[in-house]
Design a protein around this ligand. Structure first.
Ligand code: MTE
Ligand code: MO
Length: 246
């Protein structure tokens, strides 16, 4: 047999086998299951980029409670608060080409996003607030992440019961349009209890994933060696899930 004929024969065999499998009941349910699996995996991935519900001004809670740390018990923080956080700096470091040190003025001058969202705490309360600040993606784009980057770690000024609060997310949440570095709540500078002068809003996740009193953003390839290695203050000490998607 000529080579071309052999190839055509093999091709025909495959086509034949496939259509036979697809014709049989077992075959079509197998193909169906594979397709279903792919569709679900695809949906799970694309859903993570979907926006959470945003509310109207009329829905804003009259009082947005403070939870966990409601202040930072250091002289440095008191001094920052006393001069309106004019000297506060947000460091952007780790696996980035351009490390940054941003002032509040720098942050206010970036393009801003305002969103009215519901905050859900695992302790069983919710509140709706209007948050304003630059998208994290804008800052990460300016810093230019290394190809090895996989997670973003947030460092905070407060120490809660003997350990520094920290959190981390993956790059899907880091680049999500509703992931912002908020400096305003309901149009005013953040109150101290809600994380002045800067706090993250990571709207696709539960309350403990939104670090307050933000001092640094660290781009890393692994969470090993950071805190106890589980990616966050509560993950390290109370078995809270690292991925707390809502
Ligand atoms: N730095 C820091 N961030 C934090 C906490 C904290 O104690 N310290 N508590 C977390 C928890 S459990 C919740 S529910 C929210 C509360 O935010 P709020 O004080 O603005 O209500 O902040 C989160 N971020
Ligand atoms: Mo919480």
């Amino acid at each position: 047999m000529k080579r071309r004929a052999v190839m055509a024969g093999i091709g025909a065999m495959f086509v034949g086998a496939c259509s036979k499998i697809a014709d049989s009941k077992v075959g079509s349910s197998l193909l169906g299951a594979a397709e279903d699996w792919h569709r679900k995996a695809h949906r799970a991935l694309s859903d993570r980029t979907a926006l959470v519900n945003e509310y109207a001004k009329a829905d804003i809670s009259p009082y947005f409670r403070g939870n966990g740390s409601t202040s930072v018990d250091t002289d440095a923080y008191r001094m920052h608060a006393a001069n309106g956080f004019a000297d506060w700096r947000l460091e952007v470091r780790g696996l980035v080409r351009n490390p940054l040190s941003l002032s509040m003025e720098n942050i206010r001058k970036l393009p801003q996003r305002t969103q009215i969202t519901r905050h859900d705490c695992v302790e069983g309360w919710s509140a709706i607030g209007e948050w304003t600040g630059p998208q994290l993606s804008t800052i990460l784009d300016a810093a230019v992440m290394d190809p090895a980057a996989r997670f973003v770690v947030f460092r905070c000024a407060d120490n809660l019961n003997g350990a520094d609060y920290y959190e981390s997310i993956d790059l899907v949440d880091a680049m999500h349009p509703q992931t912002i570095i908020a400096h305003l709540l309901n149009g005013d500078d953040l109150p101290e209890k809600n994380g002045a002068p800067l706090r993250m809003r990571i709207e696709r996740q539960l309350g403990y994933k939104h670090p307050k009193y933000l001092t640094a953003i660290e781009v890393v390839s692994t969470l090993d060696g950071i805190g106890e290695g589980k990616g966050g203050y509560w993950e390290d000490r109370a078995d809270y899930q690292w991925y707390a998607g809502i």
